[in-house]
Design a protein around this ligand. Structure first.
Ligand code: SAH
Length: 210
């Protein structure tokens, strides 16, 4: 097998294209970022399957389709400032950087953040990573053109709305057992909400959660 999984990666991009991912920049990012570098070595042969994989500490790297849908919904362009909640493996962080956005990402589990930072640096991707509660966003770096939340919140995360630009997009799964992926768009002091699909994410750990 080719060491950089070139053929598997091309096949994955074709699969995404055939499943409703039409944003060429997003498809290009999937072609450019080596997903296998973000998963444990024993999982690397499965890195280009369209499924989630364990990354340690009870967490998972989301499936490629989940990342592709979320990023496409965020409608990003070069130079946009984007916040990712739940750095996890850092793979989506790399996709966002590959799109030419200015990426801030927050993760509550320090070892994951440290590992993601190392892989991102090795691959030459620039992103601002912090360890902390992403449910609170990153007010000191706000506002963001888009916020992508990679874990399911029990309730719409109020703190994040205030950190969006006018017209900014918040992509967030909501629910505990039955989750729904939503896109919110900030309009003035309010927002519109669009239901995207049912979803299955790990829970967003909130401050009141024991
Ligand atoms: N896009 C990442 C998603 C990882 S799973 C990837 O594919 O690799 C979701 C991540 O959100 C986990 O790493 C989990 O630790 C993190 N997370 C959960 N609650 C959080 C919170 N309140 N603040 C920051 N990160 C959180």
């Amino acid at each position: 097998m080719n060491a950089d999984f070139r053929r598997d990666r091309t096949r994955l991009v074709e699969k995404l294209r055939g499943s409703g991912i039409h944003d060429l920049a997003v498809l290009h990012a999937f072609d450019a970022v080596p997903r296998h570098a973000f998963v444990p070595e024993v999982m690397q042969h499965r890195a280009y399957e369209n499924g989630p994989l364990p990354i340690g500490d009870g967490q998972t790297i989301s499936s490629p389709m989940v990342h592709a849908v979320s990023i496409q919904l965020a409608e990003l362009k070069e130079g946009d400032h984007v916040l990712e909640v739940g750095t996890g493996s850092g793979f989506q962080t790399a996709l966002l950087a590959e799109l030419g956005t200015i990426v801030s990402s927050i993760e509550r589990i320090e070892v994951l953040s440290v590992r993601a930072a190392k892989v991102l640096a090795e691959l030459g991707y620039d992103a601002h990573l912090e360890v902390g509660d992403g449910g609170l966003g990153m007010p000191e770096r706000a506002p963001f053109s888009a916020i992508i939340v990679g874990a399911a919140a029990a309730e719409p995360p109020g703190a994040l709305f205030a950190q969006l630009t006018e017209g900014g997009r918040l992509i967030v799964p909501i629910g505990t057992r039955d989750q729904v992926l939503y896109r919110y768009v900030r309009e003035g002091t309010g927002h519109t909400r669009e239901r995207i699909s049912s979803a299955r994410f790990v829970p967003l750990i909130e401050r009141s959660t024991p």
